[in-house]
Design a binder for this molecule. Sequence first.
Ligand code: ARG
Length: 470
Amino acid sequence: MSDAASQRKMWGGRFERGPDASFYEFERSWKFDRRLLPQEFALDRAWARAITRAGIVTKEEGEQLISALDTLETRAKSDAAWLDDSKAEDVHHFVETALLEKLGPLGAKLHTGRSRNDMVATEFRMYVKDAAREIRCAIASLETAIAAQAERNLKVPMPGNTHMQHAQPLLLSHWLLAHGEAFHRDAERVAASAARADVCPLGSGALAGCAFPLDRKALAQDLGFSSISANSLDAVSDRDFALEYLFALATLAMHLSRLAEDFVLFASPEFGFVELPDEFSTGSSLMPQKKNPDAWELIRGKTGRIYGGLFALLTTMKGLPSSYQRDLQEDKENLFQAHDQALAVVRIAAATLAATQFREDRLRAAAQDPALVATEVADYLVTFGVPFREAHEIAGKVFQAAEKEGKSIREMPVARLKEFSPVFDGNLVTALTLESALARRSLPGGTAPGAVRAALQEFKARLAKLETEL
Ligand code: ARG
């Protein structure tokens, strides 16, 4: 686009002087909304068809508009310098100017009955729908990596913690699938935000509706929307769909940061539960021995930026009067950067997880801590009719004594145990094995091997359904 052309604004008629150069740089959104070019071209073509159907342009004119738009789109795909050098105000201005240069007065007919306000609302919704699909695909890959690791490690036990203290034993696959469940909800939340975005505002004009006899439903269908917005004023004001998408990304990022935190801890020598993959780790410029979990740390760290997108847009929206306000232009950079970051972190998490080697020896050894079977002692007493609260008290005393005597409860002679409760007998030792503690939690959702195998099958079935949807 020539500079002269870029000076031809979409709104210049009532102005005597052009904008101050620094203000123009400040207000123009082309630098970032050029990302919406595919949506802009699709919308322009649909609009050309709609105004042809409405008799605003002739059939030939409509065809000319569409073929010019096709040519421009082809050039936009291959001529990066054309886009880089453009001084356009925004994505709508860029295409309109190019169309005017190409078609003259006919190009100027395309904007009949529409406004950048309903255009940008429509294109941004189209973008969110595509972006949501991209994120869901990435989440599906992450879920695939989780399912594969869960399958591979079905027999591996680990200590389960609460408050970072040994609590009860778990299967490693149970821990993996816990994260998998959270990510699956994220995929659902992302899909729900895309469904919210799936309403077409086009035909709302600047704020009051369109004064030309256009078929809004046909337009919406042409652009792949399921329905049309009900109120033109709401349609140009509303960015709830973007907030919902950002919230879905923020929650996803939060879940990823928790997975990352687990891995950072597990990679420390004190835990030593995982072997960090070389391909997804870094070293130290000073300390030759180091292999650091930077992939997970960056995944955890980038959560801040993703939250930032949500908080920034929520704050921008607060207190805006009804209708379109230029503040709304701030929606795009926030959402684009949050989307880019979220996509990157999900993809890196999936690849890092897939490449990670779990150290069964270390996990198994840690899972043998007798403290992890303290609940079993209480439950054992319950099977003899001791009320649970009392059983809990007795088990606590037994563990305290074992600790003081410096031995494992598994080594305590029955005679010593009977001092705490007459119902203790030799069978307690069997109840205190890791295998028994795991196997007893066999209700659906529990960590017993059978329950985990069933949960894995169910998880894989849901994942397969997600994949067919994508
Ligand atoms: N670049 C603007 C945005 O992103 C497009 C709409 C401009 N509309 C207006 N009336 N100034 O929101």
